[in-house]
Design a protein around this ligand. Structure first.
Ligand code: C2O
Ligand code: CU
Ligand code: CU
Length: 419
């Protein structure tokens, strides 16, 4: 329901069964449906009211990944919703247009609940984005792609515990929007894809058949300052990229394929479409971050280890312990180091709740051209230090952690109190 000033939603976490593979249905979890959920759309400036309800047999939380909201709305480990319980979340949506997501976050079973299917896309709309010539006809030329992977065991069931790996659970089968081997009917020359790496551990190295190039227009928390053209794009866990693909070189009957490495993950069937000569704007977004001065405090974070040894600044997560503090509106530089070494060390996708940050540098060099907008998750390579600028618009306790979800559950997480 929507009025001029308010928007109302109900989000029910429930268990069900989904026809993903031929044959037996898979036992799955989702929001208002058996697996994943419909995209939730918020409009900037509106008062949002979400009734969250838990119909599962265990506690869960509703974490709005990327949303700038107070700590008690954010849905981290401190806000459980018990089986049978419901809660109303009231907040104002006030941040730039972006693709965010909702997922479960009970510590330490975030990874298992997300694996069961508790994740869905959240889109924030605003007037600035609406004024730009970009595809935004949802379901026609504006399509979410939630990339996940699963292993199907006997009778097509998932078995999180059998597949458990402290460095992140993976499966050999790509699951896109809860489906395997999907195709999409292309009926417009340009299509915008809002891609989310919703996997527990997997990185996706995306490219199209024929080396078709595409243009990235947005990252995690906003449009990019300028569009960037690529043929290959890597996403680590929880990162988002909005891309626009121009299919003008194809004719009805052609097929284009999206791959991750050499695995085909989505097929695009080209249909008749009208010619579209519009060009993407060269300026998409202006990031307004607070200034830094020589006195801006520098906060150092070291993500270390692999498997059960993972830690942040040599500590494992403790819900009772506040690891850092920052005042509302103040700006700090955070230096995030991955102390794994390059041989076989893992990338840790570093994520912060309750804020969107600006990427300043990678090992002292400029960030990548698709890191010019706001971000909430950033890949930190082995032996790399990434500097980011961090400020908060709301008070509360917020977690920050590696978004390989098993690393997070394994203790590679800490929390900040913003006052
Ligand atoms: Cu995607 Cu702590 O979250
Ligand atoms: Cu988050
Ligand atoms: Cu990690």
């Amino acid at each position: 329901k929507e009025t001029d000033t308010d928007m109302y939603y109900t989000v029910i976490a429930e268990a069900g069964e989904s026809q993903i593979m031929p044959g037996q249905k898979t036992k799955t979890w989702g929001y208002n449906q058996p697996l994943l959920g419909k995209t939730i759309i918020f409009k900037r400036g509106k008062n949002i009211h979400v009734t969250v309800k838990n119909e599962l047999s265990e506690l869960t939380t509703y974490h709005w990944h990327g949303l700038n909201v107070p700590g008690d709305i954010d849905g981290g480990c401190h806000t459980p919703v018990y089986p049978g319980e419901s809660k109303v979340l009231n907040f104002k949506c006030d941040q730039p247009a972006a693709t965010l997501w909702l997922h479960a976050h009970p510590c330490p079973s975030t990874a298992e609940q997300v694996w069961h299917g508790l994740a869905t896309a959240v889109v924030v709309k605003d007037e600035h984005e609406a004024s730009l010539p970009l595809p935004r006809n949802y379901g026609v030329d504006d399509i979410p792609l939630i990339l996940q992977d699963r292993k199907f065991h006997e009778d097509n069931q998932w078995d999180y515990h059998a597949d458990y790996d402290p460095d992140g659970v993976q499966g050999p089968t790509a699951m896109i929007n809860g489906t395997v081997n999907p195709y999409f009917d292309v009926t417009t020359q340009k299509v915008r894809f809002r891609i989310l790496d919703g996997a527990n551990r997997r990185e996706w190295r995306l490219h199209f058949s024929d080396n078709l190039s595409f243009t990235q227009i947005a990252g995690d928390g906003s449009l990019l300052e300028h569009p960037v053209k690529f043929t290959h794009l890597m996403l680590t866990c929880a990162e988002r990229a909005e891309i626009v693909v121009d299919f003008s070189n194809y004719k009805p009957g052609d097929e284009v394929t999206l791959y991750s490495d050499d695995v085909p993950i989505v097929h695009f069937r080209i249909h008749e479409f009208a010619k579209d000569d519009s060009t993407l704007p060269d300026k998409l977004f202006k990031l307004n971050a607070p200034e830094i001065t020589p006195d801006t405090p520098v906060h150092k974070i070291i993500m270390s280890g692999m498997d059960e040894e993972v830690a942040i600044n040599d500590k494992k997560f403790n819900m009772q312990r506040i690891d850092s503090k920052q005042t509302l509106g103040s700006c700090e530089i955070w230096e995030i180091t991955n102390s794994n070494d390059c041989d076989g060390g893992m990338i840790h996708p570093y994520h912060m709740h309750g804020c969107q940050f600006q990427v300043l540098s990678r090992n002292g060099k400029a960030p990548y051209p698709n890191e010019t907008g706001l971000k909430d998750t950033i890949a930190v390579d082995p032996n790399e230090t990434v500097k980011i600028k961090v400020w908060f618009d709301h008070t509360g306790v917020f977690m920050y952690h590696c978004h390989i979800i098993e690393h997070e559950d394994g203790g590679m997480m800490a929390q900040i109190e913003v006052q």
